[in-house]
Design a binder for this molecule. Structure first.
Ligand code: FRU
Length: 326
């Protein structure tokens, strides 16, 4: 059967409530369509760790050849990933890691570097004592841990920088905004906020705005999506001072999965580039991203046209077969 020859790629996605993850899924789907020898299945765990474990078990029992996982939390997923590996299914961690880092390969940006870049930006652009509030992502997820770690490394080397408070923002706007609003009322001397993603950074700005102090505080986020209300636009509008680009790695992950499946040489750590986006380069980066988006749209259009042709062809074949009865 033709079906059995396909490389079955299973992806356990943490959630798809936000644009960053929708783009990750989209770029995986486009890349997979460009490789007709692959068959991609995406399961959405809805930010529920137990569900994610079930999803992975399901993908293993459905007989995937290779597993991609973006782990909601680092620790609870170690054992189910071990299970996949024990059954001979290679596992690629994407964006988030597991605790023991026991997987076949990782693909994503270096989150320690992301945190360092945010702190270096503050050091390079400000003088005197700098009081910072940090808004972290979900406690148990690896990017939150690593972004904090990298940020602190640079803060510790620069005595003029001080993290006065850490808010656990849980990756989302509402939790970041409400907690920051309560805190900011008592933190008049804050000059910077580092939020672990742009959604929380926007929440931080809204909180500051409601307190009438948005002009006194510079906000740095992470992700730099090129969408309405995405980081690029927020930097261009001046809502955010900067954002650190965090590529989703969807298409690279599919390519890596195929490489591993074909037993070609690959690196265990596949680090994607990150860059600081501020008002000086936001426009240039936006133009670049627009071009990539346009190319992706063209590819999607072509794939769609091929699909329609295939459907017409197979219905014609069907018709010919029917006619040949008479
Ligand atoms: C999307 C997201 C991004 C963040 C990433 C970290 O779900 O919250 O905003 O950069 O996850 O894994």
């Amino acid at each position: 059967k033709e079906h059995d020859k396909k490389i079955k790629i299973g992806f356990s996605q943490a959630m798809t409530t936000d644009e960053w993850r929708r783009q990750m899924n989209q770029s995986m789907m486009v890349e997979a369509s460009l490789h007709p020898e692959t068959e991609l299945t995406i399961k959405d765990a809805h930010n529920d760790v137990k569900q994610q474990i079930k999803d992975i078990e399901r993908l293993i029992s459905e007989g995937v050849d290779i597993l991609l996982v973006s782990p909601i939390e680092a620790r609870p997923l170690d054992s189910v990933i071990k299970k996949a590996l024990n059954q001979g299914v290679p596992v690629v961690a994407i964006d988030r890691k597991t605790d023991k880092e026991d997987f076949t390969a990782f693909i994503g940006a270096d989150n320690i570097e992301v945190g360092r870049n945010a702190a270096k930006y503050i050091v390079a652009n400000t003088r005197g004592v700098i009081n910072i509030i940090e808004i972290t992502g979900a406690d148990a997820s690896s990017p939150a841990y690593e972004r904090s770690l990298g940020f602190k490394q640079i803060v510790d080397q620069n005595p003029q920088l001080k993290i006065t408070d850490k808010i656990r923002g849980n990756w989302e706007l509402p939790s970041a905004k409400s907690q920051l609003k309560a805190l900011l009322a008592h933190r008049k001397e804050t000059s910077y906020i580092f939020a672990h993603n742009d959604r929380m950074a926007l929440g931080a700005w809204e909180a500051a705005k409601e307190l009438g102090v948005e002009k006194n505080i510079k906000i740095i986020g992470v992700d730099a999506l090129n969408t309405p209300n995405g980081g690029i636009e927020l930097v261009k509008k001046g809502t955010l001072t900067a954002t650190i680009l965090y590529p989703n790695g969807g298409n690279e992950a599919i390519k890596l999965a195929i490489t591993i499946h074909n037993r070609e040489p690959f690196a265990k750590n596949n680090i994607l580039n990150t860059i600081v986006v501020d008002r000086n380069n936001a426009e240039i980066i936006e133009n670049q991203m627009d071009k990539v988006d346009q190319q992706q749209k063209v590819i999607e259009g072509q794939l769609e046209a091929i699909k329609i042709q295939e459907q017409e062809f197979s219905s014609q074949k069907h018709l010919v077969r029917l006619l040949s009865f008479f």
